[in-house]
Design a protein. Sequence first.
Lengths: 500, 454
Amino acid sequence: MNFGIERICEPNTFLRSISMGISAFLFLMPMSAGLGQKPDRTKPPRLGPSPSLKLPPIQHLKLPNDLPVLLMEKHQVPLVQFELIVFTGSAMDPPEMKGVASIAAAMMDEGAGSRNALELADAIDFLGANVNTFAEQHYSGVVLHTPLSNLDSALALFADVALHPTFPAEELERIRKERLTTLAQWHDEPPQIATVLLGKTLFGTAHPYGRVQFGDEKSLRSISVNDLKKFHSTYFRANNASLIIVGDVTAGSILPKLEQLFGKWDKGKVEQPSIPPVEQVKDRMIYLVDKPGAPQSVIRIGRIGAPRLTEDYFPLLVMNTILGGSFTSRLNQNLREQHGYTYGAGSAFEFLPTPGAFEAGADVQTKVTDKSLAEFMKELNGIRQSVSDTELMRAKNYLTLRYPGNFQSVAQVARQLRDLVLYHLPDDYFNDYSRRILAVTKEDVERVARKYIDPEKIAIVVVGDRKSIEQGVASLKLGPIKHLSIDDVLGPAPALGPGR
Amino acid sequence: MKMKTLCALASILPTLTTAQLAVHYQRFSLSNGLQVILHEDHSVPVVSTNIWYHVGSAREKPGRTGFAHLFEHIMFEGSGHVPLGMFDEWLEAAGGDNNASTNPDRTNYWDNVPSNAIELALFLESDRMGYLIDAMSPGKVDAQRDVVKNERRQSYENQPYGMSSIMIDENLYPPDHPYHWPTIGSMEDLTAASYDDVVEFFRKYYVPNNASLVIAGDIDPENTKSLVQKWFGEIPPGKPVLPPAAPVAYVSQEKRLVMEDKVQLPRLYLNWITPPHLQPGDAELDVLANILAGGKNSRLYKRLVYDLQIAQDVSANQESQSLSSKFAIEATARSGHTLAELEQVIRQEIQKIKNTAPALRELQRAVNEYEASFLNRLERIGGFGGKADQLNAYFTETGNPDYFNEDLARYRALAPDDIQSIAMTYLRDDGDVVLSVVPEGKRDLAAPGKEGGQ
């Protein structure tokens, strides 16, 4: 195994895009090989027509209990990915039970069917398979990744984890301790501290997006086995789920197996509580968390963004690519390449059913914290002014042409299909994607920049060495500074009793 | 033709793959010594170029640690016919992505592009191989020096436990061994790196006869061959680059170290020097690591984390490299527990393996996981760890790009007593480097060792 150092730190980019053989902007020319002559290096070679991605069709199947199944066949490597998506996630956690969705998910592979936690793990590992359970804000799920040769055995284990978890009390005690310890460890991690604080600041702790999905000390100590069982039996229902399958199977071969394992899964009454509206940031505040002696300051700047199904979605993707969503974006070019303040700077919109966060950030050398903030302000203002034709062309090409690369592994394809299921996007969404990106105009980009990026109304979180950075940050006069300790953000580090 | 490897256990181990693994390729070289490997995969319209320069931090001079990696950054700052910033801009405008990494043994560069942009990638890569110095300036060195220093701050200094690997390697390897110093380098040495160093390093190591180029994906092999000849054929070869040499590394008596850090919980690191990647013992140690700490039923995880619940996490890895490897066990104590408690359990479990070979099922489970991981490795074409990168890695280490079956056969060949024996040989009680990282001011939480002293 090699451990290398990468040139680029991936900024927080969550670009969703695909390219489908559009080449309105590229020059057409046959490739010339020219043996034996010096190549012409005076300008970059012209590109031939851009290729199109030919995805296999999305097959819509249904089990007798109406559980929808999306299948995309992919036969290059004998592997299969199954993703059971359940449309309830952490955002529905009751306020007194923060983390219940996440803990329920974490507990689902701690005993299921007739197997205890160790037997289950042994069985899965022995097959060379992986089973992962998770909860996101608006959905939960179980993922199986397995070699085709062990499909039947792996699928039975996957069904056990998804439908028949046993939630053993002693395993919950173990998970409880593990998570309380993780909460303590967050005190060591400036990026984690900044993320928690930014969420709280933007949405408030009463709003689902402002809470920690992982659970807090109080909820972690109080959530019971019954709470988890109730969560599972209420929400893991056939009418609140979809099954995504990608890999080396066919509908005919897989359906009988699914019917046997999932066909009798019950429906139930499932309510989808609405997400309360959230107010946009009204002013500009700096939240400075002291991390004495830190060699870098972690800067995270945020405001409320837009929902996934906004009509501004495609212009926002293009705008963010220019601002902070690619290596050549303005933020990275300025803070990294031009000034050397950081290893990487970027920005991203968090797209959820209701507006999530817009966030820009970088980890910068302590002594240039103020200068870095000034450059962030410059770029957040600048994107509202104008973008160049070159930037627009490059961002649109970047979004559309690189996307086929996201359809290589079965896990990558399944990840794309999740969006179809979660947001009821049409089957031709992927085919239409390039057209929608290419239709974005300069006016669109400048309009959404002015609508969503307002540097007068933002929350600025800085986690760093207060005594070294306070004066410089204050002298920028960006707004009032609120000083916080790490405990103010995370609460005191939970203490544990000895042993088990 | 490929040799089919048979082994005694093949009949009892359930195999996941019915067919042999094969990644078909074509290979040729240019007259300037550049080695070229082509692999066709038309599943998505993407091509990846992947160049390995056979130079890493192991080649650095004293006082210039971190230089190979700094040089990697400078490779993106333009070349004779590519103005500053245009390497990235032209690639992104064509829908491409790129990255690079440096380790002690090599530096790799990849470009993932839509298949119509293959020639752009070859132009850019050949231009920096042939004409980097034409566009070099002290200012460019300074700019990337600051970026790299921030990379060190972000990935090491501002990370909890981030400085541990640097201290371990300094103590595992003698000062004249090239794995003694970290690839990221020291701040002082990064400051000292000069424009002249860049020129010297480039002329010595960034020559076609010290590089291998893999082009994988949606390609037409004949046309691709012509394009490689067109863009790379004119670059003159450099002087021959001899394989790196390293003095013997051997830890003759246990070293115990303590480091204070801004952390909540103490963490213990046990490290041994082990055989290089693909050498006898390497696969055994991979499997031993899995048996010790891969999954809930592994020996250390089950005792420390699952049963006793005195540790938050535990890991074991055979960290394989070209000149020498490191077997590393790490465990983090829960609050209220000391590293001495963790060490006692870890030593007991190692001793058990030395006394009694693992159960057949433990071995099978580990081998099955490796076998499945080989399938997963065939899915992606480009990027770090994609097929292009793996073909280049195997080519570099074995001379055979399609070494997949041979590599997997190493694992399939193992019997339980192989694992026992390798633990006895390499996980010596008197030959490890033990590091305790403890919260500031809490040196009493460190693992004191057998005599109870420091």
